[in-house]
Ligand binder design. Structure first.
Ligand SMILES: Nc1nc2c(c(=O)[nH]1)N[C@H]1C(S)=C(S)[C@@H](COP(=O)(O)OP(=O)(O)OC[C@H]3O[C@@H](n4cnc5c(=O)[nH]c(N)nc54)[C@H](O)[C@@H]3O)O[C@H]1N2
Ligand SMILES: Nc1nc2c(c(=O)[nH]1)N[C@H]1C(S)=C(S)[C@@H](COP(=O)(O)OP(=O)(O)OC[C@H]3O[C@@H](n4cnc5c(=O)[nH]c(N)nc54)[C@H](O)[C@@H]3O)O[C@H]1N2
Ligand SMILES: [Mo]
Length: 751
């Protein structure tokens, strides 16, 4: 076994046919490193290495808080040695998407790419070149193609026109307009100070987000903190931590939150002193909630038929939330990834303000659940390490909108509109006609909404380069495909999305497989071809060393030796504590200096579907849409434990764990004579997929779930057999720029 891998590695160009993993019982070294691949975690991986081969992976078993890797982290051995790893540069010999390629030399690959970059730059101008990075691996040196973006910028061949985060743009909109900043979260250890935690559309035992979120929730539960989950699904986190589950229809959360506000105001349970001192616009919100504005009081009885939650349940939750202090309303980002998702986020923040839970230990700003703790806020001495991309501007021509100053990204293209911009270009009002797309660290074709349209857009491009580890649906469209190393084959530094920032030093654990190169090495090699002399004068180790010099890490050799450094703060970081404790000296960074329940900035935008106070707006493809006659089921597309987005979809251990399927309630299945495991057709006007059905009682009738990230695999009739949910989603951003990937109506029938 070991021999076959060793040989195929040294033996040049034979692709590894045998996917078996080498076994050895002889002496081996244990090399610590850190997994951080697009779930936000930062988890210890101890790689056992013998003769240059990883033989086994263990994780943290040291002192608490441990940084224990999940199933994906522990499956890395199978991923590194997967038989379908791309190990050589390749050029396409079939049609785009067909996946037929032949190996070529690095020289040929780089010369071709350099030639195409020059040709397209000279023929059409820099904006014809589109660079697309993703979150595949979160290494600070190698990740997200920062190197490549910088290289293209240095050759004056790249203008970044796109902005907007798939994950939580609705939440960012709400934060920016209400608080004036998107650093709106407390550290997870503060959950232990709560008396009540509302997990609103939040399943962190699966989605990790920060390595130890679930560990803190477990401690909170053991300490007697009451936990309530509001989610269309009875999730793992609900089962493990919650005392109560409130199933809700997707996309209606703002209505439920607003009805809770109605109860709180009616019973005079709101904290008027807090509202007077720290907020503006509550009166206008109150007029809307109580019905003075439009004649419709937003009572629990009003919300019941909208949300599917009994009025009594809403009323009880409102009482409990308003009377228990401190309470942490953690607004998950899943409900926010829907049409009008920004209204849900604004309503959650408003409820936190009404109950005076903002800025106090154990409370919460009500803001989005993730990506909310700003490093710089945490304390002196914790500097963001410098990375080479930050040394020089990445976008010399057109800066990505900084939402602190241009919060709503005027003048550039929202990333949700990528396929539309690719298809229509200038003629469709977009600022560029893209001809060449350089993709790295992203499976964009699979992950952007409305796959059918994205496929058409990709067929339209003149040239596509993809750096990848696997033949992903995106890679199949490449003209030149470059083989990428995994983090185990290169040096890097990580923090994950974890705050406080546990640092991981990634030593190169094994030599690159085949002819794989790291993202830094590929960019450097290309720079040489393009005659850009000053692109890179350091090795990855030297870069990491330099990044650490400007960080707060004092004992670099110890970090290198151990592989990680855990940071514990003297006390939990509580968002907006200063603003609440000493408001005179610490205004909120909004125009009024206060929390803006009514936002004049939004009012000035003058968009009827973007009101200055949070409102429930019925979305397209809602339960009341006439389209339901044809497509009666609401589709949600959750994040599953078995993948990080599309990553690990091809890894047998994880496939076995959770075969990909559409989750459907037995009531809906019976109505269609569908049995567990049947192949079903899930479809709407945008496309169709055929996958097995899993009949579950843990989802609300009327709602179905296709976990996002399965690989698009159309058959000869164009029907996706891989189960890529984006075949069914709509590429239309919400007015506040939330992605609508949880807003789609579908029908299901036996295939
Ligand atoms: N319907 C629906 N769609 C969604 C979502 C949803 O909830 N529903 N979620 C959205 C969200 S929140 C996000 S963040 C996006 C994620 O979208 P992506 O960032 O495109 O998703 P990933 O699957 O992580 O893609 C990363 C790719 O990079 C590759 N990769 C990993 N490591 C490396 C490396 O070191 N070098 C190189 N060159 N490549 C590497 C992986 O093999 C993988 O193919 O998807 C969005 N799409
Ligand atoms: N295992 C794993 N972990 C991941 C990722 C992954 O792909 N796999 N991706 C990472 C990334 S980049 C991101 S952005 C995050 C995403 O993290 P989240 O967005 O939090 O994850 P989701 O599973 O999409 O959604 C969370 C919950 O919201 C519920 N939900 C969906 N729609 C609604 C609604 O309308 N109302 C309510 N109340 N609930 C709703 C879902 O049932 C689900 O339980 O996860 C990160 N962590
Ligand atoms: Mo994300």
């Amino acid at each position: 076994m070991q021999d076959s891998i060793g040989k195929s590695q040294q033996g040049g160009r034979n692709m590894l046919e045998d996917g078996d993993i080498p076994e050895t019982d002889a002496q081996e070294r244990i090399i610590p490193t850190v997994c951080s691949c697009h779930c936000g975690g930062c988890c210890v991986v101890k790689a056992h290495v013998k003769d240059g081969i990883i033989t086994r992976i263990e994780t943290d078993d040291g002192e608490e808080p441990q940084l224990r890797a999940c199933l994906r982290g522990r499956a890395w051995r199978q991923r590194v040695y997967a038989p379908d790893r791309i190990k050589y540069p390749m050029k396409r010999i079939g049609a785009r998407g067909e996946g037929r390629f032949e190996p070529i030399s690095w020289d040929e690959a780089l010369d071709t790419i350099a030639g195409e970059l020059r040709r397209i730059r000279n023929t059409y101008g820099p904006e014809a070149i589109l660079f697309w990075g993703g979150g595949g691996d979160m290494g600070m040196l190698q990740d997200s193609g920062k190197r490549m973006a910088r290289l293209l910028a240095l050759m004056d061949s790249f203008v970044n026109l796109y902005w907007g985060i798939a994950s939580f743009e609705g939440g960012v909109f709400a934060d920016m307009s209400t608080f004036g900043t998107y650093w709106t979260g407390s550290t997870r250890d503060d959950l232990l100070n709560s008396r009540l935690i509302l997990m609103w559309g939040w399943d962190p035992s699966v989605t990790i987000q920060d390595t130890n979120t679930a560990w803190y929730l477990a401690q909170a539960r053991e300490a007697g903190v009451r936990i309530i989950s509001v989610d269309p699904r009875f999730t793992s986190s609900t089962a493990t931590f919650a005392h109560q589950w409130i199933p809700i229809w997707p996309g209606t959360d703002a209505a439920m939150l607003i009805a809770m506000a109605n109860v709180i105001i009616t019973k005079n349970l709101h904290d008027q002193a807090f509202l007077d001192k720290y907020t503006v616009g509550f009166d206008k919100f109150k007029e809307y909630v109580m019905g003075q504005e439009d004649g419709v009081p937003k009572t629990p009885e009003w919300a019941e038929p909208i949300t599917g939650v009994p009025a009594e349940t809403i009323r009880n939750l409102a009482h409990e939330y308003a009377k228990t202090k401190p309470s942490a309303l953690i607004a998950g980002i899943g409900p926010g990834r829907s049409a009008y998702g920004e209204q849900y986020h604004r309503a959650a923040i408003t409820l936190s303000a009404m109950t005076g839970n903002i800025g106090i230990p154990g409370g919460s700003s009500g803001s989005r659940s993730w990506g909310t703790v700003g490093l710089l806020q945490i304390g002196p001495g914790m500097k963001i390490p410098k990375s080479p991309a930050r040394d020089k501007p990445v976008q010399p021509k057109n800066k990505l909108p900084n939402r602190a100053t241009a919060p709503f990204g005027h003048g550039t293209v929202n990333s949700c509109l990528l396929n539309d911009a690719l298809l229509k270009g200038r003629a469709g009002g977009y600022p560029a006609d893209h001809k060449l797309m350089y993709i790295n660290n992203s499976n964009v074709l699979n992950q952007w909404p409305n796959t059918g349209k994205t496929v058409a857009a990709f067929k339209n491009l003149e040239f596509i380069v993809v750096e990848e580890q696997f033949m992903t649906p995106t890679a199949r469209f490449a003209d030149i495909l470059l083989p990428s190393t995994t983090f185990l084959e290169q040096c890097d530094l990580v923090m994950g999305a974890q705050m406080p920032p546990n640092y991981g030093y990634r030593t190169k654990v094994i030599e690159p497989l085949g002819e794989c190169k790291s993202q830094l090495d590929i960019a450097s090699a290309l720079a040489e071809r393009l005659g850009i002399a000053d692109f890179n004068d350091k090795s990855a180790d030297e870069w990491v060393e330099q990044m650490l010099q400007s960080s707060y890490v004092t004992d670099i050799p110890a970090l290198r030796e151990k592989g990680f450094q855990k940071i514990t703060l003297p006390e939990p970081h509580v968002a907006f504590r200063k603003q609440i404790e000493d408001p005179d000296n610490n205004p909120f960074p909004t125009p009024s200096g206060k929390i803006e329940i009514y936002s004049q900035v939004i009012a000035d935008m003058n968009k009827p579907d973007l009101p200055p106070i949070p409102k429930y707006i019925e979305s397209w493809e809602s339960r009341n849409d006439p389209l339901r006659a044809k497509y009666p089921l609401q589709l949600i597309t959750t994040h599953t434990r078995r993948r990080a987005h599309t990553q690990f979809d091809n890894i047998p251990w994880l496939r076995e764990l959770d075969p990909h399927s559409v989750g459907m309630n037995s009531t809906d299945a019976e109505a269609r004579s569908i049995k567990d495991g049947d192949m079903v057709r899930v479809f709407n006007d945008r496309g169709q997929i055929i996958i097995p059905v899993k009949i579950i009682e843990t989802i609300r009738p009327g709602v179905v779930d296709i976990p996002q990230g399965a690989w698009y695999a159309p058959d000869e009739n164009g029907i996706d057999r891989g189960g890529c949910c984006n075949v069914l989603t709509l590429d239309r951003p919400s007015p506040g720029w939330a992605w609508p990937t949880n807003t789609a109506l579908v029908q299901i029938e036996k295939a």
